[in-house]
Design a protein around this ligand. Structure first.
Ligand code: CA
Length: 363
């Protein structure tokens, strides 16, 4: 018995020793290896909020990895145009991208769900669904054929409904309006009698100024002030029914991600999670001061969309989402998952967040 035990002990020690040695050697080789990545974005370079998220992400990754993973961030048009970010990362022209999933709905219709669903989840609920409700797994399944791994890369919170040069008093006022409004919200707007057009952020001002479009939604006071939309439109409508808690995305080329050692992959994941939360914190902190400036310094008229207009837009939204779900089995699974999550969130948030807002006296 004793001999057998000693023999086993020796064997296991020898085993551990050689295995440990080989692991150390691998770890040493890996820790000496450095990576230089390119990150392309759909935003102007260093644009407040949206464009700063990838900058913060890259700085954090470089610090946490002690310089082993360096990421150079490119604004829209510097390496590739805004709307070519998805293809550029898919094909490996750049290792990473930052943008919004609904920009790719022409190619991948269900991508729109991962930015926002009209009258759907708010920021807190989107984050919960993605990270604890199976949302991120579905998103990864959707992007798998494109060689991309998505991460949540920011959230603006509830947006504004947008900038208009005419008052919206009824559905009739939406008829014939050409508006920059992407994603599922854009589809709803078109069904409501308007016409949605796709423009990157940097193109909106000129499109509106030249009369090519009549209206535009972008984000909210902090970002819209930065673009100067108060100079080209008079009415600023709320609430952002079309984007109640839009998620921004960080996408990574699958082979590039897999080429990283495990610790760098963990750093990327943690830095993405931090960037995701940080954006919401920044918007929450800065939106109201920007709104005050828009109203008091620039004379912007802030208006609420009429309740019957919102009710009609919500009715159309349900139809649009139903039709999307019918397109293919994965779209159906995404829709079912999101809707089930929304139901349970609504149930609890009804007696927590919503009840608290009312009790606090904001309504
Ligand atoms: Ca928007």
């Amino acid at each position: 018995m004793r001999i057998t035990w000693i023999a086993l002990l020796c064997l296991s020690l020898v085993g551990c020793g050689s295995e440990g040695g080989s692991n150390d050697a691998t770890a040493e080789t890996q820790s000496a290896q450095t990576f230089s990545w390119k990150l392309v974005t759909t935003w102007p370079k260093n644009f407040p909020g949206l464009g700063l998220a990838p900058e913060h992400f890259a700085e954090n990754v470089e610090r946490m990895s002690n310089g082993r993973l360096k990421i150079k961030v490119f604004g829209a048009g510097q390496l590739v145009p805004a709307f070519e970010v998805f293809d550029a990362v898919s094909q490996g022209t750049a290792e990473m991208g930052h943008g919004a999933a609904y920009y790719w709905q022409g190619k991948v219709p269900a991508s729109a769900f991962f930015t926002a669903v009209p009258f759907g989840l708010n920021a807190q609920e989107m984050n919960a669904w993605l990270h604890y409700g199976g949302g991120l797994e579905l998103w990864r399944e959707l992007y798998e054929p494109f060689n991309l791994v998505p991460y949540a890369g920011g959230n603006t919170g509830v947006q504004m409904a947008g900038w208009f040069n005419r008052e919206i008093n009824s559905m009739a006022d939406i008829k014939g309006l050409k508006m920059r409004i992407p994603g599922l919200g854009g589809e709803v707007f078109t069904r409501a009698g308007g016409m949605s057009v796709q423009r990157s952020g940097g193109e909106i001002y000129t499109s509106m100024q030249t009369g090519e479009i009549d209206a535009a939604e972008w984000v909210g006071p902090y970002n819209d002030l930065a673009f100067g939309f108060h100079q080209i439109a008079k009415y600023y409508y709320y609430p952002g029914w079309q984007e109640p808690g839009p998620t921004l995305e960080l996408i990574i080329n699958k082979q590039a991600l897999e080429s990283l050692p495990d610790d760098l992959q963990a750093i990327v994941e943690s830095a993405a999670r931090a960037a995701n939360q940080n954006m919401l914190d920044e918007y929450t902190a800065r939106n109201n001061a920007a709104l005050i400036e828009l109203v008091e310094t620039h004379g912007v008229q802030v208006k609420k969309l009429p309740d019957d207009v919102l009710a009609e837009l919500q009715r159309i939204s349900i139809i649009v989402v139903d039709e999307m779900a019918a397109e293919n089995p994965l779209a159906k699974r995404i829709t079912d998952s999101m809707r089930a999550f929304a139901e349970q969130s609504k149930a609890y948030h009804g007696i927590s967040e919503e009840a608290y807002y009312k009790a606090r006296g904001q309504e």
